[in-house]
Design a protein around this ligand. Sequence first.
Ligand code: F0G
Length: 366
Amino acid sequence: MHSTTTKSHRSRGVIECYHEFLPVSPATPVISLGEGNTPLIYSPRLSQRVGRGCEVFVKNEGANPTGSFKDRGMTVAVSKAMERGTKALICASTGNTSASAAAYAARAGISCVVILPAGKIATGKLIQAVAYGAKIVAIDGNFDDALRLVRELGDSGDFTIVNSINPDRIVGQKTAAFEIVDELGIAPDFHLLPVGNAGNITAYWLGYREYVARKRSTKLPSMIGFQALGAAPIFHDRIIEKPETIASAIRIGNPASWKQARAAIFESRGAIDVVSDEEILTAQRWLTHHEGIFVEPASATSIAGLFKWCDSAGTAHSFKGIPETSRIVCTVTGHGLKDSDVIAGRMAELKPVPARISEVRRAIEL
Ligand code: F0G
């Protein structure tokens, strides 16, 4: 598993960093693109917004090789699939899983089939799947329909499913919790994140618990998940037949890890809440303008949730009364360039000016 010749010159990736916590052995072929080790960014302005001396950090998962957190789980799932001798991967996706699966399949030298809801995938993510050479099948249906088909095709034994119903995905993703504790020295008090198919909240909770069990941490955070208002099955506690939200990555009506997410929220004394599309887009813009972090709309859900909890007093969920100096981590899950249609729509046409200093000054309004 460990080659030594070029070790100091390459990114290590989550398997090499955390192999003792992962189901790998020296016989496992490590398929890695140097994922993980993403920035945990202290945010003074978000901290100020919460007040009471609290500290807010943003875990920027858009800094992974294919621009989303999926790479952490994919390196483990694809390495294990290779160990078992698989010839092809398959997944359903709202976009990021397919981009990641396609990249790791290319790296492994095997094929990858992605089943996508037609017309519902953000442009940047579709471009990734095409670029990495995946076989793409668009269906008339939503993500939940695509996942049902993938389960059937996976059962036939021709493919390894690399959705988060594959436990290797979840154990890979738990490494994000390890990194946070390694950096802060202890788990945060609250961990906020977007929830779609609910694999990620399940994975973080697993990671935090495992670090306590292995005496790497002495506490557990409260897990706070946010769903988009029109795609909030866990919040409403019922399947949503036609989920709708601008945050296409989390447009999911029947999450695969529903039960595990409920358990994480209950056991951690956390919560599940909703934010509107307008709140999501406002948070996305705010984070870009005020912190220099450009995330896709689905990712801004955790920031929108933070604002909602800061601004509401006397409701079930509020940060108004949290203990002073609490630490809050918000995961942002994917890079802004993946899903940039809303912003492209806001862009004014750029009219060229003559290449003279006076004209440029006038254009800048100096
Ligand atoms: N944020 C982004 C950017 C995502 O792509 C996803 C899920 C989530 C949040 C939610 O994470 O499903 O673990 O609760 N995307 C999946 C996909 C469904 O197919 O790319 P989750």
